[in-house]
Design a protein around this ligand. Structure first.
Ligand SMILES: [Fe+2]
Length: 383
């Protein structure tokens, strides 16, 4: 298989690394920055240190803090309009996946004529965007490391992706201090999203030696740190390790895409607005059970990363220990893994299966070939 590997050009990391933002902007010869974020980030005061740093740099900047969770296409258009009015030469995205995704798409919309519809899909954006600096405030989406932007098409009740190498950040800035105040529930769900990225990328058909290396390390770090970060958000070491793990997984899955778990998460999330990390988390054990016989050796590695003893256990049984480990993790994080718990009506299952199978970018990377009928069975079995 011929494969290519792309990633972000520069990573700046460590507690307090936000202080380096001014120097990074100057490196990129930025003079006028548009900061893209969301009202939640603004309300919790996480924008304040960024504003302080920008004020010190004496650069001109403007703020668009109106990104909502599961951003709709209209949010991207509003952000683009704000950018056009201000005329920046650099874009900064600060927040979770939603804010960073909107920052990415805004940077390319400024240099590529609309309508935005023609860019949904793989590598359909012709021109590079404005220089982009991404700063995550959750350890989960890995969006700072990917070339993917996911938007909600509310008219058709689906989530759609734009994938373009022109949406890679010029700099990803990882300051774990920004993740310390994240509440336990969001720590758990975003951390699980990072784990699902690593697992879907690791077990997927597009996996390479490079992505395996990143993903296995990410899985090990999450296995060792997610419970700690959930139990005590002030654990700086756990926070830092989770942020790095999320980054490693993002670096990998940007090159492989995800799999059936994300196809289902986007299908369910398009209709029922549950947090993305929660969706990917509760779907995970079902998809693992379905997929494990396609690549049992990889699921054995996952089981071992979670401390399961696989010596002397027959192959498929050893692989199945990974599902046991994930269910134990979900129990500890207080995440239920039955679809019926989440107010999704049973009669919606066929429509959800249809939407999931339509996400070709994701389904094509799934290690086990899957049909619409099998997805229906999977959802029924785990309702
Ligand atoms: Fe995800």
């Amino acid at each position: 298989m011929i494969s290519a590997f792309n990633t972000v050009g520069r990573l700046v990391s460590g507690f307090g690394s936000l202080e380096n933002l001014g120097a990074e902007i100057r490196r990129l010869k930025g003079t006028k920055a548009l900061v893209i974020s969301d009202p939640g980030i603004k309300a919790t005061g996480l924008l304040d240190p960024l504003i302080r740093v920008l004020d010190r740099t004496k650069l001109s900047y403007s703020l668009f803090a109106e990104v909502e969770p599961d951003p709709q296409i209209e949010v991207a258009l509003a952000s683009h309009a704000a950018a056009q009015a201000f005329g920046p030469d650099l874009i900064i995205g600060l927040g979770g996946g939603s804010s960073m995704d909107i920052a990415k798409v805004t940077s390319v919309m400024l240099t590529n004529p609309g309508p935005i519809d023609k860019y949904f899909g793989m590598e359909l954006v012709p021109e590079p965007g404005l220089p982009l600096i991404l700063i995550p405030t959750t350890a989960g989406t890995g969006s700072e490391m990917t070339s993917i932007c996911v938007l909600s098409d509310t008219r058709n009740q689906v989530k759609k992706g734009i994938v373009s190498e022109h949406m890679f950040a010029r700099v990803a800035l990882l300051d774990p201090q920004l993740t310390v105040s994240l509440p336990p529930r969001a720590t758990a769900t975003t951390g699980m999203d990072a784990l699902v990225h690593a697992m879907e990328s690791y077990t997927g058909v597009r996996a390479t030696v490079l992505t395996d290396t990143l993903n296995l390390q990410a899985i090990r770090m999450i296995a060792a740190n997610l419970r700690r970060a959930y139990a005590n958000g002030d654990n700086r070491e756990a926070r830092e390790n989770m942020l790095f793990a999320s980054c490693l997984a993002g670096m990998a899955f940007s090159n492989t895409q995800n799999g059936l778990d994300h196809a289902l998460a986007l299908a369910i999330g398009g209709k029922f607005h549950l947090p993305h990390g929660l969706l990917t988390a509760f779907i995970l054990p079902w998809v693992m059970e379905f997929n494990l016989q396609a690549v049992p050796h990889k699921f054995i590695q996952i089981a071992q990363a979670f401390g399961e003893r696989t010596d002397g256990v027959p192959e498929v049984e050893a692989a199945r220990l990974s599902v046991k480990a994930i269910k134990s993790l979900l129990n500890d994080l207080d995440i239920f893994y039955k679809l019926g718990e989440y107010d999704v009506p049973r009669q919606e299952i066929p429509a959800l299966a249809k939407a999931a199978i339509g996400a070709a970018r994701l389904i094509m990377n799934n290690p086990r070939k899957v049909t619409e009928r099998e997805i229906i069975q999977l959802l029924e079995a785990n309702y």
